[in-house]
Design a protein around this ligand. Structure first.
Ligand SMILES: [Zn+2]
Length: 294
């Protein structure tokens, strides 16, 4: 009874020299919600953030992941959505106990900012860009990120109803427009802006593309499956224990005998005893305890 994978569909509006992405998150979003209960507005922002991260991961030119992070003074204090080059996604949000209203982004995340990080595997450098969250919604904040960075003109549209999430991205391809149509990008952007949140959620990708760009020549690519996957490991949680410092780790061990470290994203519980903790600190970060339990 496994559900069909969530699709991410790529297309090119040929004459307009524009590429597009459409993502529909159903199963992947449910996996995230099954691990932690969120008030409705937090769950909806989390869904939009997942759709945005999935869309933006298409700009990865190498193995690695894209991390979309929102940070603020509350009610939502932190929200992270990760998407890897092969469409493995995970997400988590933290919020304060105060009631979360239905307001826009500046109300949900007071004095907040949006950080988008490209985290390549291996030795390549991380790249991070940051914009403040002064726009009404996450899609506008992402648009603002692209207009402030020296990247290709890019727009996103996002929707989430608390059960499903969806998104559309348009990006102008590099280079001169081969057809000399100076207005093509604006036209594609205007056509895409006619999509409503309900249409984005309810219609499948091909139908959306047909409705928006029925007068344009479209090249479609095979859909790519998106899935929930958490990349946590015992070594990463051991590094978190190292980060808390030897003194605090030893104090927890004295009081409780073991340190329980739970992955924020998937809820997996990792247990470290005194031998594990000693190993973590004596290894100095180079050799962390493996997956063996004592
Ligand atoms: Zn995990």
């Amino acid at each position: 009874m496994s559900a069909p994978p969530d699709p991410q569909e790529r297309f090119v509006v040929e004459l307009a020299n524009v590429r597009g992405e459409l993502i529909h998150l159903d199963q992947t979003y449910r996996e995230v919600l099954s691990r932690r209960a969120y008030p409705e507005p937090v769950a909806r922002l989390l869904g939009e953030a997942m759709a945005a991260a999935g869309l933006l991961s298409s700009i990865l030119k190498f193995r690695g992941s894209l991390i979309l992070q929102v940070q603020g003074d509350g009610p939502i204090t932190m929200l992270v959505a990760n998407a890897s080059h092969d469409q493995a996604m995970r997400a988590v949000a933290r919020h304060e106990d105060e009631p979360v209203g239905e307001g826009g982004l500046p109300e949900l995340c007071r004095n907040g900012y949006l950080a988008i990080t490209i985290d390549p595997e291996g030795d390549r450098d991380r790249y991070q860009g940051i914009v403040s969250l002064d726009r009404p919604g996450l899609a506008e904040a992402v648009d603002n990120y692209f207009s402030q960075s020296e990247q290709l003109p890019t727009r996103v549209w996002l929707a989430c109803d608390g059960k499903r999430a969806a998104g559309l991205l348009l990006q102008r391809l590099p280079g001169e427009d081969p057809h000399g149509d100076a207005d093509a990008w604006n036209r594609a952007e205007q056509l895409a802006s006619t999509i409503t949140g309900d249409e984005l959620l309810d219609l499948d990708s091909r139908e959306i593309i047909r409705r928006l760009f029925h007068e344009e020549t479209i090249r479609l690519f095979d859909p790519v499956p998106v899935r929930f996957h958490c990349s946590c490991s015992r070594a990463r949680l051991a590094a978190a224990i190292q980060a808390m410092g030897r003194e605090e780790a030893e104090s927890i061990l004295r009081d409780e005998g073991l340190i329980h470290a739970e992955c924020d994203f998937c809820g997996q519980d990792y247990t470290f005893d005194a031998v594990d903790v000693e190993q973590a600190f004596s290894a100095g970060g180079s050799e962390l305890p493996g997956d063996t339990q004592h």
